[in-house]
Design a binder for this molecule. Structure first.
Ligand code: ZN
Length: 92
C-alpha cells in the first residue's frame, strides 16, 4: 500500500501554498515517487514526482487508487473541506 502524506516538503501545484513536512501516522519515513499526498489547504489530491515535487493527480489515477487509500484520502479531504467551509462561514 502506498503511504499517504497529508503534507509534503513541497508546494501545492493548485493553491501554491508551501507545504511543510508531515506524514501519515501509519506511514512515516520520507516520500517517494508515486506516493499520494493531500493539500491540507485546498484538499487537492497530489502525487509525488521522482524529484519529490508534487503534481495534481489525474481523475484516472484517482479512480485507480486502492480502495483503502481512496477511503483515507476521502476522509482527509472531507476534514479539509469542512474546515474551509467553516472559515468561509466565519466560524473558527
Ligand atoms: Zn493546495
Amino acid at each position: 500500500m502506498k503511504t499517504i502524506y497529508t503534507h509534503g516538503d513541497a508546494r501545492c501545484p493548485k493553491c501554491k501554498v508551501k507545504l511543510t513536512a508531515a506524514s501519515d501516522p501509519a506511514g512515516g519515513g520520507t516520500p517517494s515517487a508515486g506516493d499520494v499526498s493531500l493539500c491540507v489547504y485546498c484538499a487537492a489530491i497530489l502525487v509525488f514526482n521522482p524529484e519529490l515535487t508534487m503534481r495534481l493527480m489525474s481523475p484516472e489515477e484517482i479512480n485507480g487508487l486502492e480502495p483503502v487509500v481512496a477511503d483515507k484520502l476521502a476522509l482527509y479531504a472531507g476534514m479539509v473541506l469542512l474546515r474551509l467551509q467553516r472559515e468561509q462561514d466565519g466560524k473558527h
